[in-house]
Ligand binder design. Structure first.
Ligand code: NAP
Ligand code: GDD
Length: 366
């Protein structure tokens, strides 16, 4: 019998990669989607209609929908990835973030208990390096104290503790993966890496003048999302339910990410000024197709992207995951990650530009 997995957040970056991974392992995969006025399912469009992939309407804010769905699907494994996952947005919508990211975890646990599946259904909780927040040590491991530093992180801390509580109180196989930032060609476009790779591609092709960013000094431990979803599965295959830090063990600043991304788009940057006055200026371009010239200011700082409290020094220690899960944190390097994201976005931007030009020519778009 094929194992049955239920994924919340299936339309997200991680949900899409995890679906592919589990289908490849022979799972029957069920995903939760929610109603919106525009059906945005680009990341999973290629999976829809395949025989072992099923989508159901439910919402993390709607207990009854979750209870009914868990009863209907009878999952062997639940991957709880659904969240309001943007840290800056959590300052603007803190209550919604708490409802989905904190109480939502409780709703999943209770849906499993209500359906009497607590002895058979394993649960993976998408926890986060944001729990370390205003960090108390570097690097951060499973034993580092938490110091959440945003409404998002505080909500996720509740999720972490309620998972631990149900594990101990009810002997449930439920675990948290404390994942550090992971990115990809499917990353949401307002997270800093994707914002940079898309902007570098547009600037190189003459479709944008300048990229505005917030804190350029912020340090992140960036990995590749496709590598990280394997860990989610490995955590649930581990003999005992435990929490794991998943990270590369290497950190870079936002500025370093931008420098490398522009390099792959054919633009060499130099940096001038400090703080709010810092600028990324074109020093050299490679090839005659790049649509900017030496001296152009292509990166500037805008306080709009500063956060009331910002997490600035994340570096994970993946020793436990390497040792106990046999996972390789270095299978995709930082350099490879930036290159593959820029390559993807250079093509995406060209494609979109050509399509738009065709529409304009035919008079479809005014
Ligand atoms: P993402 O791309 O933002 O995807 C979030 C998913 O949650 C989407 O499918 C979204 O559905 C869904 N969702 C949001 N609110 C919901 C609700 N009320 N009911 C049902 N579904 C809802 O996030 P991601 O990068 O894949 O991350 C996956 C999980 O890992 C999140 O919990 C995130 O907090 C956590 N995490 C991410 C990282 C990272 O670096 N990516 C690191 C650590 C932890 P819609 O498409 O309908 O919006
Ligand atoms: N988004 C964004 N936009 N961030 C910027 C910008 C900008 O223009 N300029 C600088 N930054 C800085 C942020 O202040 C932050 O310090 C860093 O870049 C990374 O920001 P994000 O890419 O938005 O990610 P995040 O680290 O806040 O959160 C992501 O990773 C967490 C794991 O550590 C999300 O995926 C969370 O869901 C996840 O838990």
């Amino acid at each position: 019998m094929a194992k049955v997995a239920l994924i919340t957040g299936v339309t997200g970056q991680d949900g899409s990669y995890l679906s592919e991974f589990l289908l490849g392992k022979g799972y029957e995969v069920h995903g939760i989607i929610r109603r919106s006025s525009v059906d945005y399912r680009e990341r999973i469009a290629h999976l829809e209609g395949t025989p072992h992939f099923h989508l159901h309407y439910a919402d993390m804010g709607d207990s009854m929908s979750l209870v009914k769905l868990v009863g209907k699907v009878q999952p062997d494994e639940i991957y709880n990835l659904a969240a309001q996952s943007h840290v800056q947005v959590s300052f603007d919508a803190p209550e919604f973030t708490a409802d989905v990211d904190a109480v939502g975890v409780l709703r999943i646990l209770e849906a499993v208990r209500t359906n009497h599946l607590e002895k058979t259904c394993k649960i993976y909780q998408a926890s986060t390096s944001e729990l370390y927040g205003k960090v108390e040590e570097v690097p951060q491991s499973e034993t580092t104290p938490f110091h959440p530093y945003s409404p998002y992180a505080v909500a996720k801390l509740y999720g972490y503790w309620i998972i631990k509580e149900y594990r101990e109180a009810y002997d449930m196989f439920c675990c948290s993966g404390i994942l550090f930032n992971h990115e990809s060609e499917r990353r949401g476009e307002t997270f800093v890496t994707r914002k940079i790779t898309l902007a570098a591609a547009r600037i190189a092709q003459g479709l944008q003048d300048c990229l505005y960013l917030g804190n350029l000094d912020s340090l992140r431990d960036w990995g590749y999302a496709k590598d990280y979803v394997e860990c989610m599965w490995l955590i649930l295959q581990h003999e005992t339910p435990e929490d794991f830090v998943i990270a590369t063990g290497v950190q870079h600043t936002v500025r370093e990410f931008a420098t490398l991304a522009f390099h792959h788009a054919g633009i060499e940057l130099r940096w001038e000024g400090e703080g709010i006055n810092e600028k990324g200026i074109v020093e050299k371009v490679q090839g005659d197709k790049v649509q900017c010239t030496k001296g152009d200011v292509v990166v500037a700082v805008s306080p709009d992207f500063y956060r009331p409290t910002d997490v600035v020094n994340l570096l994970g220690d993946p020793t436990k995951a390497k040792r106990e899960l046999g996972w390789n944190p270095q299978s995709t390097s930082f350099e490879q990650l930036v290159e593959l994201m820029v390559k993807h976005d250079m093509q995406k931007v060209t494609r979109e530009h050509v399509n738009l030009a065709e529409f304009l020519e035919k008079g479809i778009v005014k």
